[in-house]
Design a protein around this ligand. Sequence first.
Ligand SMILES: Cc1ncc(COP(=O)(O)O)c(C=O)c1O
Length: 445
Amino acid sequence: MTTPICDFVKKYTEKQTVRLHMPGHKGKNVLGFEHMDITEIDGADSLYEAEGIIAQSEANASQLFGCNTFYSAEGSSQCIRAMLYLVCVSAEKSNGRPFIMAARNAHKTFVSAAALMDFDVEWIYPEHQNSYLSCDISAQYLDKLIEQSVRKPDAVYLTSPDYLGNVADIKQIAQVCHKHGTLLVVDNAHGAYLKFLPQSQHPIDMGADLCCDSAHKTLPVLTGGAYLHISDKAPKDMAAMAKNALVMFGSTSPSYLIMQSLDMANRYIADGYTEKLEVLTDKIDKIKSALEQCGFTLAGTEKLKLAISTKPYGYTGSELAQILAQKDIVCEFSDPDYIVFMFTPQTDDDQLEYFARTLCSIPQKAAVTQLPPKFSKPQTVMSVRQAAFSKSEKVAVEDAEGRILASATVGCPPAVPIVVCGEKIDSAAVECFKYYGTDSCRVVK
Ligand SMILES: Cc1ncc(COP(=O)(O)O)c(C=O)c1O
């Protein structure tokens, strides 16, 4: 696998060029890594008009992922906006106001995209009541929802895998979407690696039209590196429009450090990544069994994630996170009910062993019986855009009941909104805010 971006930067840095161009560090190691950080000089190509080394590198990534793959140096967040823009453009062609049915556990970027692009959203709530982080939807349930909908959605939008490691049945869901002439868009921020399991579970292979992966979440890529993938089966002009879509939401100075890491990740993936994953998932499966034997209750089925529903073991997720932090183990995420850990082949065997041993050494206590407040379905009073562009004020959540939420009020991670801009904050929502530790929010004035 070639690494054209890395090769170019290496050669450039070796030449000791007088850099009278941005960035300001001029390649001097003021902070330690600047010499590798260049900008779009001659020969370095241009991310949004790629014809040279970036185009070659993206072609390598496309070959690995088996679809049209484009780089982002600004995370899945940029890719999500780009995907939704592509949906809006394709909806405009059919003369409609864009309409998207979205699973309610969408990342806040989906909500900010709705504010920016002003498409209509109908939320799909989970079939069974569970955490606000998850939204279990079967293909049959979705089929019924689309059939009963007054308007045919231009796209269905799902987050899979979710923060707790639940993976949707993308294959069946894609069939339902396509039966109704609807696009399937998947936020696969947590699942870049799914492509490289011995049997791919990547959303594009399962039938999704568009998806994004945060390469930095599960591959050894610098923070910010992500992919926008477009299926060959998606409407023809989507891949041709991809760069126009990404440039709408991206900086004009994309990071070459991030692009180099995406470039080098192609070689890393091609050089036995599937085998490494197979070995690792085997070890994680064993750790999961060992933890269950110690009395822990696991959630989710995702291969590289380990989520524990902590209350049956006698702790909140946040309490367990604190205990582990004192022993130098830092989790990905915790809340009152869950703690989540993420592993990659870069997690050493010693670390895996220490993690499992430490967790099992924490004594089990009487189960915590306090349940999370029931997740409400707040009433929509105005569009996301109207609310997000309204004059707003910050109020304590105790004083927010009856007010309309103006801007996404959400901790990150997990950045999944409990109430969405434009919705009325009811008493159940106030309870949820308090339970998850949110003490103030912005409401429409
Ligand atoms: C489900 C989900 N989607 C999207 C994002 C945004 O990804 P990024 O940080 O790569 O922009 C995140 C980030 O945590 C996420 O958890």
